[in-house]
Design a protein around this ligand. Structure first.
Ligand SMILES: [Zn+2]
Length: 452
């Protein structure tokens, strides 16, 4: 049984599906106004792993992730740069997908864009106004949270607490009935992009986009609504509020992942440039980021350091060497290991444990091969490759490019070893190390890994 932490109940609970054998997932996608950063990367990787795992478990997954292609941030940038807002959205979206492709994240099954749904959003808002759940102000239309049963489910706060805490501060005066009331429709200023509505030309609020697109594409009572912790409140709370105000059931289960932190001051100069996901994947094998994400629990904060990148790059190199070494082995994967993998992943996606099992199977397979036990090696290797595949970790193909002079030194060292001239082999190893590379011997020859 798959169990996941539900942000609404704050407990790890069985994933109760709406339709047997099928999972519908809606992930809040990016607002496309700039390059994707490392936090986006973690989000995409966490839910890519979830999706792949659920598929591996035999479930039919429908994965929807939207593009917010109209928003204040896009408009502000357009004004600053004197460009067309839609040009920014289109270009930033294309950059987004190229970054996600580098991360080897599967494209969503459906990718709704907010601007394609404005008419449906206007209809929803009109229904909410008609039903007395929303009201018009001088700058747009607001949802009245006091009209919503159970508002505060994800905030884990009562309406009184929320009132004390303040809320949307962009509306001055007494027009808002409650500080947590939020804009469904924003009247546009001159020269801003706008769509017609009964409340004047304007554009929909962000929270209205996702509720309309999710209900349209995965329907009432869909299984999983996910995103970063920062989206839980107010974004997800407010999406839900609109559905509830319409008398509709919304997500059955809420899942949120933790933040990414770059290591402190000391090292930030070297890592400072990798906040941008494209820079990060230029700098490092993109699989390194996936492996780092897998090694942290999705709900925990995750710290990126040069050191942990160094560790995973070395680990990837060993995994690649392993994949090449076991390429010709044939046999059934170790069922016991796969059962342990499934138990770990079923337990709120314990990817760190899954990665431990992967490495343990690799060690077991290598040891068995060293002992010429090809049957045991095939079982362990089969399990390792199956786990790597289920986690979306591609092995064997990608290598860090090693400079020619380092390859030459490693070849020299190989000859020295073959001649049993170990003093010379050691001296060459020292030279390779001094140049920033470590060398390990495998059945396929030397494996060179950059030392971080
Ligand atoms: Zn959303």
């Amino acid at each position: 049984m798959i169990r996941l932490h539900d942000s609404a109940t704050q407990e790890v609970v069985p994933l109760q599906l709406r339709d047997e054998g099928k999972v519908s997932i809606y992930v809040c996608g990016p607002t496309v106004y700039g390059p994707p950063h490392i936090g986006h990367g973690r989000s995409v990787l966490v839910y890519d792993v979830l999706r792949r795992y659920l598929t591996w478990r035999g479930l039919e997954v429908t994965f929807v992730s939207n593009i917010t292609d109209i928003d204040d941030k896009i408009i502000n940038r357009a004004n600053d740069e004197n460009r067309d807002w839609s040009d920014i959205a289109v270009k930033c979206e294309s950059v987004w997908w190229s970054a996600m492709d580098r991360l080897d994240a599967l494209r969503p099954d459906l990718i709704p864009r907010a601007t394609e749904y404005v008419e449906q959003m206007v209809q929803l808002i009109a229904d909410l106004v008609d039903g007395g759940k929303a009201y018009e102000t001088t700058d747009g239309v607001y949802l009245s949270v006091e009209e919503v049963e159970g508002y505060g489910l994800l905030a884990h706060q009562s309406l009184d607490d929320l009132r004390a805490g303040g809320g949307d501060r962009d509306l001055v005066g007494e027009e808002k009935r409650h500080t947590a009331d939020f804009a469904l429709w924003k009247r546009s200023k001159p020269n801003e992009p706008s769509w017609p509505s009964p409340w004047g030309n304007g554009r929909p609020g962000w929270h209205t986009e996702c509720v309309v697109m999710s209900l349209d594409l995965v329907g009432e009572g869909f299984d999983l609504h996910t995103g970063g912790l920062d989206l839980m409140f107010p974004h997800h709370e407010n999406e839900r509020a609109q559905a509830v105000a319409m008398g509709k059931t919304f997500a059955r289960h809420w899942m949120h992942h933790g933040f990414v932190e770059l290591e402190g001051e000391k090292m930030s100069k070297s890592l400072g440039n990798v906040k941008n996901l494209l820079d990060l994947t230029d700098e490092y094998d993109p699989r390194a980021y996936r492996l780092l994400v897998l090694q942290s629990h999705y709900r925990s904060p995750m710290e990126l350091t040069e050191e942990n990148f160094g560790h995973v790059l070395a680990a990837l190199s060993r995994l690649d060497a392993f994949a090449r070494r076991v390429d010709d082995l044939d046999g059934d994967p170790d069922a016991d290991v796969l059962a342990q993998f499934q138990a770990a992943m079923d337990n709120d996606l314990d990817t760190a444990k899954a990665v431990d099992l992967l490495f343990r199977s690799v060690r077991d397979a290598n040891t068995a091969l060293d002992n010429d036990d090809r049957t045991a090696a095939a079982a362990a290797a089969g399990a390792a490759l199956e786990i790597a595949g289920a986690l979306g970790l591609r092995l064997g193909g990608v290598d860090t490019e090693v400079p020619d002079e380092i390859v030459a030194l490693a070849t020299e060292r190989g000859k020295a070893r073959a001649d049993k001239d170990f003093a010379r082999a050691d001296a060459l190893r020292d030279q390779i190390t001094a140049a920033g590379w470590s060398v390990e011997d495998s059945a396929d020859g030397p494996v060179l890994v950059p030392i971080s």
